[in-house]
Design a protein around this ligand. Structure first.
Ligand code: NAP
Length: 298
């Protein structure tokens, strides 16, 4: 182990998507607790900015610029960590995106990218890093799923299905790894005030405009607490817990219909729309992407 890189003695927390929203807030909590950080995102400049911010708190922060849409990227992240001999105590699979739109109108490539980012990258990182954790007899894994994992979502089908996968995978693995010293926790946030909706072309959707949004710092705090307690699953916030109760009480078909309704354009006048996240780090990340709405143009 490279002890020079590990002054806190707590090892590293690897957070994918640590430059914005929930991932940024999770990294902040881990930094406060003395964990060194390995942050993964696409924008190298924004990564450096966030790492510098965490370095001022006295931890080591390693930026790893990687595009997890690329099939090889997750394994390359792992190779880079191994090459630097960085021991990962906490793995947070947080980076994720959605895309609103009728299934047949969203480009196939975008669907494939989302499956790669939301499903294949977390499975790859978990497979590679969990094995090292099991060998060491300690480790914690947090997978950021969603309340949407509990309902089919027309016009958002791939996203909801990807989060259902992540939830099922996390819960199965948490039982499989019992007794190994490694815990797996799934975090289920509800609607949260981040850049997520802009990346997903949801800026005019009822889902974004007509509902209250959770503070990403509160969502991260719920996830972090559950992670440190080794809980297998946490639904963040009272409103999301209520939503979970309602989803569980109704058949999937009825839930799918109300999700479909929420994907439709809002009837609010444009002047009353939310136009950006009120979470400052998420606004900075959008600026670093450099487009007004949607994800990066290829
Ligand atoms: N916001 C919500 O309402 C909500 C609700 C439930 C669940 N979630 C889940 O919470 C997680 C975090 O989302 P958020 O709301 O915090 O979103 P966000 O503000 O858009 O943050 C996304 C983060 O992921 C990184 N990222 C995006 N695409 C990437 C790629 N291809 N490769 C590597 N990194 C990538 C981004 O950095 P770069 O752009 O520099 O790559 C950024 O750091 C996601 O899994 C999301 O599905 C969000």
């Amino acid at each position: 182990m490279n002890n020079d890189m590990n002054p806190s003695g707590k090892g590293y927390a690897l957070v994918t998507g640590g430059t914005s929203g929930i991932g940024y807030e999770l990294a902040k909590l881990m930094c406060k607790d003395g964990y060194n950080l390995i942050l993964v995102a696409r924008c190298a400049e924004r990564l450096e900015e966030v790492c510098n911010e965490f370095r001022t708190q006295g931890v080591t922060a390693v930026p790893l610029a990687a595009d997890l849409f690329r099939p090889e990227a997750a394994a390359e992240v792992y190779e880079s960590i191994r090459a630097r001999d960085l021991p990962v105590s906490i793995l947070v699979n947080n980076a994720g995106q959605g895309e609103r739109g009728p299934f047949c109108q969203v480009p196939l490539e975008r669907h494939q990218d989302l499956i790669q980012l939301n499903v294949t990258a977390p499975v790859t990182l978990t497979r590679l890093i969990a094995c090292d954790m099991v060998q060491r007899g300690e480790g914690r894994i947090l997978n950021v799923a969603s309340i949407v994992s509990k309902t089919p979502a027309p016009d958002f089908a791939i996203y909801a299905a990807s989060k259902a996968f992540l939830l099922s995978f996390s819960q199965a693995l948490s039982v499989e790894l019992e007794g190994t010293g490694v815990t797996v926790t799934a975090l289920l946030p509800g609607r949260t005030d981040t850049d997520f909706f802009f990346k997903a072309h949801m800026d005019d959707a009822k889902e974004y405009q007509d509902h209250s949004l959770a503070d990403p710092a509160e969502v991260a705090a719920d996830g972090y607490e559950a992670l440190m307690n080794g809980e297998s699953r946490v639904v963040s916030g009272a409103q999301t817990k209520m939503m979970m109760g309602m989803l569980n009480a109704k058949p999937d078909q009825a839930n799918a219909e109300s999700m479909h309704e929420n994907m439709q354009p809002t009837e609010k006048p444009v002047g009353e729309w939310r136009t950006q996240s009120s979470h400052a780090p998420s606004v900075k990340e959008r600026e670093s992407i450099g487009v007004i709405t949607g994800d990066l143009v290829r």
